[in-house]
Design a protein around this ligand. Structure first.
Ligand SMILES: NC(=O)c1ccc[n+]([C@@H]2O[C@H](COP(=O)([O-])OP(=O)(O)OC[C@H]3O[C@@H](n4cnc5c(N)ncnc54)[C@H](O)[C@@H]3O)[C@@H](O)[C@H]2O)c1
Length: 344
């Protein structure tokens, strides 16, 4: 099933308003989810709408959050997210980071008392579209085994860096520090298909290809991904004073408490380091060198970080966003419960 992105956005927005968000916050969450689907990052797209809505319905995510920003230095601030939707809180924090960077050159905003914020890259792009290098990090519930361990103890802890360029849209690295995002296991469950045996482990810490048996995923590339996940846990979790590791609330399991998620949003103004035209030109030149690298056997070309998603976006804007049948049924039922017609 394919659904046009505008109709999909309106659907999500209307459901979110029906569960209690105001129009603007509903547009933010809906915009982030559909942007992920457009970029082919289906793991962080509308697949997440039902659990967000369920947590809002139960009062586990505040639908009218009281968000507090405290400036703690020329380029730093903390944000108490008021247990609001992660996208609403993190976008507010990124706006703050960009404003700080406009005067201080660098803005770093540490966020606590927030929730799952979807795809990290969406926030990093917000800064890059304003000429800044954007950083977005979040910790997450413990879904990843530490290198050498049998049980999950760290989150899939993604990090995103968006780099503005002179010629064309920003270059975006947006990656989980696990081998795969847990959302890929969720998607395989929804699609009823097996997963590769090196993605995840079962309750005994043994590799499994059955997405239903998955209890944890593996860190990206062994000890290095584990180390990166640790660093993100420190920068997004500990630095914000949030609970960390196994103490983070589980989005799909803990329906008795909020998640208590922390993020770090950052903006760097390149003009404080090198002349801005020189920086933009140098990014373009580096990109050109990478693109000009002869492809290795089995490859057609070298892609820049974010390029696969940019191409997916062009296709999905034209042809509509692909929605697996089972997810379509789930969203239609959700819409019915809130009096919103499913456009699929
Ligand atoms: N909110 C959360 O708790 C949370 C947790 C984990 C992941 N996520 C999100 O999940 C999403 C997916 O993460 P992922 O790690 O599965 O992404 P991924 O593995 O699909 O891609 C990771 C990065 O590699 C780049 N890439 C992929 N193929 C490439 C190629 N051939 N050449 C050059 N670059 C290439 C992509 O552009 C991307 O920047 C991200 O948006 C991430 O922020 C969110």
């Amino acid at each position: 099933m394919r659904v046009g992105h505008a109709a999909l956005t309106s659907f999500c927005q209307d459901v979110l308003v029906a569960v209690g968000l105001d129009e603007r916050d509903a547009a933010t969450v809906a915009g982030s989810l559909v942007a992920a689907d457009l970029r082919g990052v289906a793991t962080h797209g509308v697949l997440r709408l039902p659990v967000y809505v369920e947590r809002m319905r139960r009062g586990l995510i505040a639908t009218r959050p009281d968000i507090h920003v405290v400036h703690t230095g020329p380029g730093t601030a903390t944000v108490d997210g008021g247990n609001g939707p992660g996208q609403v809180v993190a976008l507010r924090a990124m706006r703050e980071a960009v404003e700080l960077a406009e005067t201080a050159g660098v803005g770093l905003v540490s966020v606590h008392h927030s929730n799952h914020f979807g795809a990290a890259g969406w926030f990093a792009l917000h800064a890059a579209e304003r000429g800044m290098i954007g950083l977005a990090l979040t910790h997450a519930e413990a879904d990843v085994v530490p290198f050498g361990g049998r049980r999950a103890a760290l989150g899939t802890n993604p990090l995103a860096v968006a780099v503005p360029r002179g010629d064309g849209s920003p270059i975006l690295l947006d990656m989980a520090t696990s081998g795969v995002a847990m959302g890929k296991v969720l998607l395989a469950r929804k699609q009823g298909r097996p997963i590769p045996d090196d993605w995840a482990v079962d309750a005994d810490g043994e590799p499994t290809t059955d997405p239903e048996r998955v209890r944890a995923v593996r860190p990206l590339g062994g000890p290095k991904g584990y180390g990166l996940a640790f660093v993100v846990e420190v920068l997004a979790g500990l630095l914000s004073g949030s609970r960390s590791g196994t103490e983070v609330g589980r989005m799909y399991h803990d329906f008795d408490r909020p998640q208590g998620i922390g993020h770090l949003l950052g903006a760097i103004d390149p003009a404080r380091f090198v002349p801005p035209e020189a920086f933009a030109g140098n990014v373009d030149r580096l990109a050109g060198q990478l693109k000009a690298t002869p492809p290795a056997p089995g490859f057609d070309e070298v892609l820049l970080p974010g390029e696969p998603e940019e191409r997916a976006e062009a296709r999905h804007r034209r042809d509509g966003v692909p929605i697996p049948e089972e997810l379509g049924r789930e969203l239609a039922a959700l819409g019915e419960a809130y009096g919103v017609r499913w456009p699929g």
